[in-house]
Design a protein around this ligand. Sequence first.
Ligand SMILES: O=C[C@H](O)COP(=O)(O)O
Length: 263
Amino acid sequence: MPKAVRRPLMAGNWKMNLNHLEAIALVQKLAFSLNEKQLTDVETVVLPPFTDLRSVQTLVDGDKLLIGYGAQDLSPHASGAYTGEISGPMLAKLGCQYVAIGHSERRAYHHEDDELVNAKVVAALANDLSPILCVGEGLDVREQGRQVAHCSDQLDAALKGLTPEQVEKVVVAYEPVWAIGTGKTATPEDAQEVCGALRQRLADTFGQETADKVRILYGGSVKAANIAGIMAKPDVDGALIGGASLDAEEFVQICRFPEHINR
Ligand SMILES: O=C[C@H](O)COP(=O)(O)O
């Protein structure tokens, strides 16, 4: 399936930034700046902190905005004595469509391992949430030239036990850890090398038809100035954007990347 069939996805991961009032202001700015065609051509999604989700839901539903939203994490459990956790059913009830899973900051600061990431992917799918599954190598692995093997292993572990139909609902985000928040962007060729290898791994495990449907994003210091080059690569279907997604104008320019390409 040619890349053109996969709808580009730009997902803004706000991380631990913006209270609910600031969240409303940012989503309003996005909705004001992006027209219906732009929001139809490029799926635009925000991943705010949990405390903002109800406000974002109210705004999106009330004004029928074409902006999607989701969470940055979820519990592998549906309910119970898990203090501080947020479950898949809670996110689904708030109208979330997406949830980021296995972000390198969760893996590093909260010691999330492949087994837990797999359990969270299963929990998300059980609640009709599309996981945005993050994989990526650190600088040490990159320097050893093992990035493809490392990311492929993370992918295998995270998708263990899933059916091809389930995998079609997953979005994969390749985020080299050395490029996150550092200003060091991987080159478009670096991004393609790993994204292409991940698609091949999906094809080997779940079949070509499934692999062709899965969207694979690149993340790591994405900005308006570098998005067009990254999106020109055949296996990159969008971006997971951190810092630049907090700036409405910058994020809007990223979502308008087809206009930069056609210029
Ligand atoms: O989830 C987003 C990534 O961690 C990238 O963050 P960044 O765009 O600030 O480098």
